[in-house]
Design a protein around this ligand. Structure first.
Ligand code: HEC
Length: 574
């Protein structure tokens, strides 16, 4: 018994704690440098493309041929290659470290043995998962066999969901090399004791917003660190079989990176901060303008950035590293377009016309969001009136804009300092079929809107309605009070409260595998949230999803200087 424990301790030590000699020893295939082999291997793993540039060919479910681009390795085994048992996605790790370890029967996929287990959905997995999964370590030959023939290192036939690939020897060598180096060295920003994070304050951000963001985020970090004392003790003295979870414990440290000067210099400033203190990931952060420079830095260095506060995220279907609360103002533009389509019969033509100010990047992003959606919905360009920074809107210019034999939808992407313009809109807005404004542009200050305009004014509102978020709002307020954080910008505090809540799950699910892709995969696997978040009705997560809030209301304003918001749409408009 004693010896057994010692031996397993030794094996554990050799494989988990020390660098992995086998993995490190594999040389790149002949004629390739490490970087080339990694790039080509990544292309196979993530895109299903062979080094020749052709798609990988495979058979799935026995004999159905398919093009490897349709399902890629990372679709099933995750980018990190560390697999997952979360949610509906269940796969083995495919990184070298785990393939080179023998596997005991896990019991994870066994037949249910009792009625209670049968009723538990997680246990009663489909038959193809109910396998005996014990196997010896892989070597180069058995790995090739698994990928080509679908037999694991113990000779068991793999489930037919795992495709069988047609791979030449040289492609196989590259893929093998890639798998052996996938998630092998911990990411920068983590040592034996500390997991380093940074939060970015980009450009001029009003002091109270900065404080609202930092105070809540720092409190989460402090909470984690004060709970950790017990964890460190357990890690030192706990039983071997529990040590992985406890070994995972790291203190968290939050570095504040403030960016100053022009945006063109931000990338260099970020690189400088990162050289001085590598961090594992970026948490929160705040900008009054576009997040583009920070986004670019994250993509380039493959550093996750979790839930920054910005109305101007980068919109991309393929970028990976920044997880945003929402598509920001662009989503408001898109929602307005969908609402017009849903509300009006498309038989007649509708003319869409927008007003915004030059130099206002937020308004430009809104206008772009509307135009793009409108083009795809109505197949039409949107006519624009772009005011100079100091120009006043004139009655004449507005009348010209509204002049059309067809009904006009007017989008007034102006902010609450544009009082004169809203007055003029109040005088002539009745000529438009609908007038839109954005609550984000107005910063939820509706005092500039004259009652005369309210009758046909619609406002995009991408947050929970004040009437609907009272319970979760109360929970956040209680939490802030208990931690003696003064009430500040509630929107920001609630978002950072939520980030802290998610972060503890993200850190736990990473166990002691400190890889950035795996950390992000932890967020991808989180269940959708409507409890811990106060300012959105719900947030959804999923593999590769990078904009969590999918909805936006359209509201009307009641009359008076402190108007009520009256919803005229659902949260999501299809
Ligand atoms: C459609 C989903 C899917 C795709 C795509 C896929 N796999 Fe798998 N893979 C699986 C499943 C499911 C298993 C587990 C089968 C079993 O244990 O019976 C598996 C098993 C494996 C194993 C054996 C693991 C072990 O511990 O025995 C390896 C290695 C592997 N896959 C590598 C890859 C590589 C490399 C690619 C891409 C070239 C790939 N897989 C693509 C679903 C997939």
């Amino acid at each position: 018994m004693h010896r057994l424990k010692l031996t397993s301790c030794l094996i554990f030590f050799l494989f988990i704690c020390l660098p992995h000699p086998l993995v490190q020893a594999v040389e790149p295939p002949d004629g390739y440098t490490h970087d080339e082999a990694m790039r080509l291997g990544e292309q196979m793993y993530r895109n299903g493309i062979l080094p020749s540039g052709n798609p990988m060919q495979a058979l799935v479910m026995g004999d159905i041929p398919f093009d490897g681009r349709m399902f890629t390795c990372d679709d099933c085994h995750q980018r990190s290659g560390l697999g997952t048992e979360e949610g509906s996605v269940i796969t083995w790790p495919t990184n070298g470290k785990m393939l080179l370890l023998p596997r005991k029967r896990t019991g994870a996929f066994r037949q249910p043995t009792s009625d209670a287990e049968k009723q538990n959905a997680r246990r009663t997995l489909p038959p193809y998962f109910q396998v005996e999964d014990e196997r010896p370590p892989y070597d180069e030959r058995s790995l090739a066999n698994a990928l080509r023939v679908g037999k694991d290192s113990g000779g068991r036939s793999l489930d037919p969901i795992m495709p069988k690939y047609r791979l030449s020897n040289s492609s196989m060598a590259i893929l093998t090399y890639y798998l052996m180096h996938l998630s092998v060295d911990f990411a920068p920003g983590v040592d034996d004791e500390v997991l380093h994070f940074a939060t970015v304050i980009a450009g001029d951000v009003p002091e109270e917003k900065k404080t609202a963001m930092l105070s809540v985020l720092q409190t989460h970090i402090d909470n984690h660190n004060s709970q950790g004392r017990h964890e460190s003790r357990r890690a030192a003295s706990g039983p071997f079989f529990k040590s992985e979870a406890h070994q995972a414990y790291r203190k968290l440290k939050l570095h504040v990176w403030e960016l100053t000067g022009t945006e063109e210099t931000w990338h260099e400033q970020l690189e400088g901060y990162y050289r001085d203190q590598p961090v594992f990931a970026l948490l929160g952060g705040i900008s009054e303008g576009p997040w583009q420079k920070i986004h670019g830095f994250s993509e380039k260095n493959r550093i996750p950035c979790i839930l920054p506060i910005t109305d101007q995220p980068v919109l991309s279907d393929t970028d990976w590293y920044t997880l945003y609360f929402s598509k920001g103002v662009s989503l408001e533009g898109e929602t307005a377009a969908k609402y017009v389509r849903a509300g009006l019969s498309m038989k007649g033509t509708i003319m869409a016309r927008q007003i915004y100010r030059r130099g206002n990047t937020k308004a430009a992003a809104l206008a772009e969001g509307f135009s793009t959606a409108w083009k795809s919905i109505a197949g039409q360009e949107v006519q624009q009136l772009v005011l100079g920074e100091d120009d006043e809107l004139s009655d004449q210019a507005l009348n010209d804009l509204l002049d059309s034999p067809e009904p006009v939808v007017l989008l007034a992407w102006l902010d609450s300092t544009d009082k004169e313009a809203f007055k003029i809109l109040g005088r002539h807005g009745g000529r438009a079929a609908m007038v839109f404004a954005s609550s984000t542009m107005l910063n939820n200050d509706f005092s500039a809107i004259p009652d005369a305009l309210k009758e046909n004014l619609l406002v995009t509102y991408p947050h929970s309605l004040p009437s609907e978020d009272q319970k979760s709002r109360f929970a956040v307020e209680q939490w802030l009070r208990a931690r003696k954080i003064p009430a500040g910008d509630f929107d920001i505090q609630a978002k950072m409260y939520f980030l802290g809540w998610m972060l503890s799950g993200g850190i736990k699910s990473m166990r002691s595998e400190f890889y950035r892709d795996y950390f992000l995969e932890g967020f991808d696997m989180m269940i959708d949230q409507d409890y811990a978040i106060a300012v959105y009705p719900r947030l959804t997560f999923g593999p590769g999803q990078r904009y969590s809030s999918k909805g936006c209301y359209i509201v009307r304003l009641s009359s008076g200087s402190n108007p009520e918001l009256i919803p005229v749409s659902d949260w999501v408009i299809y």
